[in-house]
Design a protein around this ligand. Sequence first.
Ligand code: FES
Length: 123
Amino acid sequence: MRAFTAVSAGAIKVIKKVSGSFYSLEKLHRLVDGYRQVFNIGGRSLLLIQEDGQRYLLENRCPHAGHPLHDSTYENGSLRCPLHGIQFHLESGLALNVENFPVDKCLMFFRLSYRDNEIGVML
Ligand code: FES
């Protein structure tokens, strides 16, 4: 069984592949608004967040210039990247406060999966 490392502000935990291609990320009861955790899975850096009761799993990389998004600021359904301040809508992934920002440069989301009392991702 392969194991992967999850890193957040001071916390490190091992992520186990439960079965098939399901990677368990977190116990459901630990998800509350403001939750953020970075997972390194197979060389990919993924960010799991919950805001306003909604859960998102996205690439931990700003579409503008690649800055990590785990320190971004949440405002009205969007994340503001700390490097240049571009806001990205969490539902559409599109940039909100920049005119003519390329629509193909948006947040990259991953579909969340649920198994018993755990949330994870199929990769
Ligand atoms: S790298 Fe995120 S706004 Fe520029």
